[in-house]
Design a protein around this ligand. Structure first.
Ligand code: DAT
Ligand code: MG
Length: 140
C-alpha cells in the first residue's frame, strides 16, 4: 500500500471548544502525518460546494449553517491507507454509534455537530484537497 493523502476538517464545534490540539493528538497517535493545515472561516459558497453531494438531504441547510458558524481547521493527512485509517480514527457519523477511542466518541456533540470530516474515497479526497490547498501548501 502506497502513501495516501486524505482531507480533514476540524469542525466549528471542536474549534470553539479549543479541541484542535486534542484532535491533532489523536490523528498523530494513529500514525497520520499532518502535511498541510490552516484555520479558515468558510464562506457559505465554499460550504455549499464542499457538501454539494448532500444538497437534496433534509439536513443540508443546517449543515451549511453549522460549517460557517465559526472557524474550521482544514488539513491534509498523509500515511499508509490514510483514507480508511482516518475514517476509523474519526468513528461513526453519529457519536452514539462511534467506537471507544475515536474522535467522535470523545468529542462530538451530535450527529450534526460531530467535530471532524474525513474524505470517504480517493477521488473525493483529491477533489476536497484541491478545493482548499494549492500544491505548494502541502509539505509531505
Ligand atoms: P460523514 O461526515 O461521516 O462522512 P456524511 O457524509 O453522511 O457523514 O454526512 C456529512 C455530514 O452531514 C455529517 O458529518 C453530519 C451531517 N449529517 C449527516 N447525517 C445527518 C443527519 N441525519 N442529521 C443531521 N446532520 C447529518
Ligand atoms: Mg461524508
Amino acid at each position: 500500500m502506497a502513501l495516501e493523502r486524505t482531507f480533514s476538517i476540524i469542525k466549528p464545534d471542536a474549534t470553539e471548544r479549543n479541541l484542535t490540539g486534542a484532535v491533532n493528538a489523536k490523528i498523530e497517535e494513529a500514525g497520520l502525518r499532518i502535511v498541510a493545515q490552516k484555520r479558515i472561516q468558510m464562506t457559505r459558497g465554499q460550504a455549499e460546494t464542499f457538501y454539494a453531494v448532500h444538497k437534496e438531504r433534509p439536513f443540508f441547510g443546517e449543515l451549511v449553517d453549522f460549517m460557517i458558524s465559526a472557524p474550521v481547521v482544514v488539513q491534509v493527512l498523509e500515511g499508509e491507507n490514510a483514507i480508511t485509517k482516518y475514517r476509523d480514527v474519526m468513528g461513526a457519523t453519529n457519536p452514539e454509534q462511534a467506537a471507544e477511542g475515536t474522535i467522535r466518541k470523545a468529542f462530538a456533540k451530535s450527529i450534526g455537530e460531530n467535530s471532524v470530516h474525513g474524505s470517504d474515497a480517493a477521488e473525493t479526497a483529491a477533489m476536497e484537497i484541491a478545493q482548499f490547498f494549492s500544491g505548494n501548501e502541502i509539505v509531505g
